[in-house]
Design a protein around this ligand. Sequence first.
Ligand SMILES: Cc1cc2nc3c(=O)[nH]c(=O)nc-3n(C[C@H](O)[C@H](O)[C@H](O)COP(=O)(O)OP(=O)(O)OC[C@H]3O[C@@H](n4cnc5c(N)ncnc54)[C@H](O)[C@@H]3O)c2cc1C
Length: 425
Amino acid sequence: MSSLKTDVLIVGSGIGGLYTALNLDAKLNITIVTNSKIRDCNSYLAQGGVTTVMPGDEDSFIEDTLAAGHFKNSYETLEIVARESWKNIQTLIDMGAKFQKNENGELKFTKEAAHSKKRILFHGSETGKMIMETLIENIEKRENITIFENTELLDLKISENSAYGGFFRNKNKNFSVDSKIVVLATGGIGGLFKNSTNHENIKGIALALAKRHNIETKDIDCIQLHPTAMENPSRRRLFLLSEALRGEGAVIRDADGKRFVDELLPRDKVTESIIKRKNKNNSQIYLDVTALDSDYIKNRFKSIWDECLEIGYDLTSDLIPICPAQHYFMGGIKTDLKGRSSCQYLYVVGEAACTGLHGKNRLASNSLLEALVFGRKAASDINIHIMDITLTENPTSEDEWCPEKAAREIIIRHRGDLKNELRHY
Ligand SMILES: Cc1cc2nc3c(=O)[nH]c(=O)nc-3n(C[C@H](O)[C@H](O)[C@H](O)COP(=O)(O)OP(=O)(O)OC[C@H]3O[C@@H](n4cnc5c(N)ncnc54)[C@H](O)[C@@H]3O)c2cc1C
């Protein structure tokens, strides 16, 4: 089996992987590997925006995030995210990110459900795409970064609780990478579910690897269903109708046209009410955006408007059938405040990590922010310590296993109630 050598191996090309890479010392040799195309990640799909905690807003942000997370969040993590939010958003802007501005050229903030004030920066309803294009543009300028697309991580190289690379497959060809540091930025678990808003290629590899190599995990039972995915049995990935629509006045109705839930409650509460109502009346549930000004909708939510139209719905006049769908994984590999896992030289960032920020339920738009804050934290720690690490060459070879099956079993053990929602492997 052929083998490559690199200083830092990053698996995953979403916001977590790319932002970490850009914050690493430009003298380091960095290899990014992703199992699809660079843009095929959940980060690219993010619609609503990114939470931006301006100086003076820290306490209110912490209160809102705690309330959404059932007060099971880590307070230390919350304080760090609140304190470091603006610094990271500023870095993104310096890299070229173009968040929406008002007529005076000032940044324009919007509100999403369960945030008590306007603190979300956005770019139409394509915030993730704009951020990802900015990051990709910056990555392309960096000669020290190499990207391998369509390359699947099969296993980690780990010896005596220290990570030193990974095994990969690209077009039926297997190879391995030896590295001083490994960063897992492989996202969540949505691809394991029949109904999910996530990309199919994101199937809980981090969770499966944690189980296989005894790496500490946290909050595995905390799986978020988003209340407003567009119901569409012919689609493998369900289209999301962003929370920002409800933040701006969209309402939820049953088949009789009755409202039955406060649309601005946190996601888990809204989801719970929809499931109850569906089960009670076997009723179709709808999102109703028709009371909003139609020109405003077409501008503010252009990509959602376009996508709905393509599927056959006019957001300004039709009710949109919705259903809850798996959306986000609050749990994951447990990390400390520098992105380090319990396995030496293995960092985990983004949705694959459990930093404790979200508690039992994620507040809207906090995920992109978490990936930024801890992507930079991990990079800073790696920059300091990498000099002291020597590259290990260890002749271990991979053995056969099915990560999807392993991840599926772990989820069933922690959330037996979701068994029928999962795909078979
Ligand atoms: C439709 C949608 C809308 C959202 N809107 C928002 C929003 O407005 N605001 C917000 O804060 N959050 C939002 N989220 C959540 C947020 O987008 C994600 O949590 C975040 O982008 C995760 O970033 P990441 O870098 O951890 O992972 P991802 O962006 O999911 O990237 C994971 C990467 O890992 C790679 N990968 C996975 N498994 C393997 C493997 N075995 N081998 C190699 N590579 C692998 C994938 O190809 C991908 O490149 C949304 C999510 C969805 C699905």
